[in-house]
Design a protein around this ligand. Structure first.
Ligand SMILES: [Zn+2]
Ligand SMILES: [Zn+2]
Length: 250
């Protein structure tokens, strides 16, 4: 099903059906697309401090081991994430949000992520400095796209671009590699993603905001960034909704 047709069907269903929160199934009031208690939980998870610098994810400037193949900095940082993902925790709403977004086409969830990401990016890239930047994303695996029929990152980035007035281009195609799985080792993730992307129409010297929904080991961001840089990008800045923290439950 074409995504534009899918979007139309969803907005029609939304207008006529009983609406419920996509994360907890509680009925929704008014025009809200996620219920207030889920929003409160997500907000709380987003302000958990970094174990190293004590800042929430959105202000953490701790180096993130070469996520970008280029020394690209915005507001003194070389990557940006809105929230943390704790790999030993499975009861956080952040995980439910990311999983639902991957598995079920949901304008409410992709819109939520796009909204918070647009706010984060607006802070590091004020309106008068956005010229010359292009937003793109690391596409999901061919099998993931075939099975689910959409790419969650494409949906999110399209809405981020609209909110920020930054052009969105598809600059990577997925040529191989499975969907990255959380439980797999870093070595497996690196070999799975090596050679997985091919560049399409990367303007020489362009500056790219590269979005992925979650940074786990950084292997996907690094590989996608390397391909964009090799294709002629002058800057690649990694942007994610969540960044995985490898620590015990806290
Ligand atoms: Zn809810
Ligand atoms: Zn930090």
């Amino acid at each position: 099903m074409k995504n534009s047709f899918r979007r139309l069907l969803y907005s029609l269903a939304d207008a006529v059906g009983d609406r419920c929160c996509p994360l907890c199934c509680e009925p929704l009031a008014g025009t809200a697309s996620i219920c207030p208690s889920c929003l409160t939980r997500l907000d709380k998870e987003a302000v958990i401090p970094c174990g190293d610098c004590g800042q929430p994810a959105s202000s953490c400037r701790c180096p993130a081991s070469g996520l970008s193949p280029l020394p690209t900095f915005l507001d003194g940082r070389s990557w940006l994430a809105h929230t943390w993902y704790f790999h030993v925790d499975s009861d956080r709403l952040t995980e439910a949000l990311l999983l639902s977004c991957k598995r079920k086409y949901s304008p409410a969830l992709s819109g939520y992520i796009a909204g918070v990401m647009a706010e984060e990016l607006a802070a590091v890239l004020p309106e008068n400095t956005r010229k010359g930047w292009i937003l793109t994303y690391a596409p999901r695996s061919v099998k993931g796209f075939t099975d689910y029929g959409f790419d969650q990152c494409e949906e999110i980035v399209r809405q981020m671009g609209r909110a920020l007035h930054i052009p969105v281009r598809r600059m990577l195609v997925r040529v191989s590699g499975e969907e990255q799985k959380r439980m797999e080792s870093a070595d497996h993730r690196i070999s799975n993603i090596a050679g997985a992307f091919a560049p399409v129409r990367v303007p020489a010297g362009c500056r790219i905001l590269l979005f992925d929904d979650i940074i786990t080991t950084g292997a996907t961001m690094r590989e996608a960034g390397r391909v964009l840089a090799d294709a002629g990008a002058a800057a690649v800045f990694p942007v994610a909704f969540a960044k995985t923290v490898y620590t015990r439950r806290r």
